[in-house]
Every structure is written in structure tokens, then in C-alpha cells.
Design a protein around this ligand. Sequence first.
Ligand code: GUN
Length: 283
Amino acid sequence: MTATILSGREAADSLLNRLKPLVKKWDPKLVIVQVGNDPASGSYIKQKLKSCTEVGMRHEHKHLPETLTLKDLMKTIDTLNTDPDVTGFIVQLPLPPHLEKSVPQVIRAIDPKKDVDGFGAYNLGKMFLSVEFEHLPPATPSGVIELLSYYKIPIEGKHAVIVGRSNIVGKPLAIMLLNRGATVTICHSKTRDLASLTKQADLLFAAVGKARMITKEMVKKGAVVVDIGVSRDEEGLKGDVDFEAVQEIASAITPVPGGVGPMTVASLIRNTVKAKERQMEND
Ligand code: GUN
């Protein structure tokens, strides 16, 4: 069996094309706050800004110095919260080391109506209720669900196994899959006999950030494999899945790059449109 390659670029282009008329109608504005010069963040932000330009969405990149104080970051957040022209904003993570311990405080300060990353407790909490309450879901899990939908891959009744339990990917993805009728197993660094669980997956999601940790032996024949992990070495960008070997037994698989990455960016733009629609309803 040779797997179908799930192209995130194609699915993201389709989503962005559907968003274009809504961007025109609502004219939302996205602000991206970057503190310091983390190289991976720089490249993610570039992709986000490029997609904003492609769909015609107003955007601003607030690039603040590495030495920024927490007080000044909180002031910036406050200004963005109260600026009626700003629809939504994100604070790109990771923050520089001296601000790292303040991430919960930073996320808490973002107005839930403008939290287009969907990282705050209000937006994450609502997801627990049902699909209908997933108003601003975190962009990566939301992009994964959209990718499955684009390729008409069913979720209901399937056994979904997620490797990784982060607050921005693993945990919200588990909830979104559960909301759509999957039986969900979440694995992590303390999980015993990981392979015995991944081998049971109809849908396998790898979100660890450890290059090629998912080997062929860990995958059931015919499984759909979604590689969300990204790590970088001298050779470039790597996913969590040993793509070459796993594609021989999977029924479908995402590449890295060109898989989940573009879907994350498109989902952020969708969240910004949705935020604006909701803000206008409530005006
Ligand atoms: N760092 C890695 N991914 C993300 C993301 O989706 N949003 C933010 N704010 N930071 C990130």
C-alpha cells in the first residue's frame, strides 16, 4: 500500500479561498506580537503575515525587543484589548527566558473575544461542551480537523491515538476528536509501552517534536497518520514520523513541511474572521 499524501497546502488554499469573501465583508485586523528573535517564531510569523496578505486581511506585526519587561508587555496587551480597530491578536510563543514563567499571566490578560489563538481558559473551556461551542479553537488542532474534513476522512467511531499532551495541541485535539465521536487515547512521556497503543490507532496523531520517533513498527496497516511535530536540525525541518517507512503501510499521511503547518496558519485567519463576526453580533 502507498499512502495518500494529505496536502496541507492544498487544503489550506481551499480554506483561505473560502475565507476571502468573509474577510472582504468583515474587514478584520490581526495583530501578531513578537518579543525577541526566536528563529522558529520568525519563520512562523512570516508565514502568518504572508497568508494575511493573500486573503486581503489587515495585519500588523508588533516586533518588541528581547529585553522587554513584563510590565511593558502587559501594557501592550492592554492597548490591544481596548483598541476597537483590533479584531484579534496573538502573542507568539515562546517568550524570551525572563518572561517564560509569566506565560499563564500573559495568556490570562488577553480579552477572550480577541484571543484568536484560543489559548485562554474561556475559549479552551467552551470546547469541552460540544462542537457548537468551539468558537475560537486553537489553530493547530482546528487545522488538523479541517485537513481530515477536506480529505473526507471519517472521525466518528474511530480510535484516535494522540502522542503529546500539550495545552495548545494534544489536549485540545483530544477534545475536538471526542466531540466528533472518536474514541480517544492520549499518550505522553510517561506512557508505558507506547507502541502497543499507537498500533491500535485508526487515526494516529504525533505531536511531540522529536524527529522520526514514530516508526513503521508503531503503526497499524491502513492507519491515517497526521504528523504535527516539528523539530529542526542541520538538515532542516523534521516531523515526528519516519515518513518514508510509514507511508508504505499507512492509508494516508501528512508530510512535513506542507502538512499541518499551512492548516495552522489558515485556521488562525479563520478564527480572526469568526472573532469579528461575533464582535459585530454583540455590538
Ligand atoms: N508558538 C508555536 N505555535 C504557536 C501558535 O500557534 N501561537 C502562538 N502564539 N505561539 C506559537
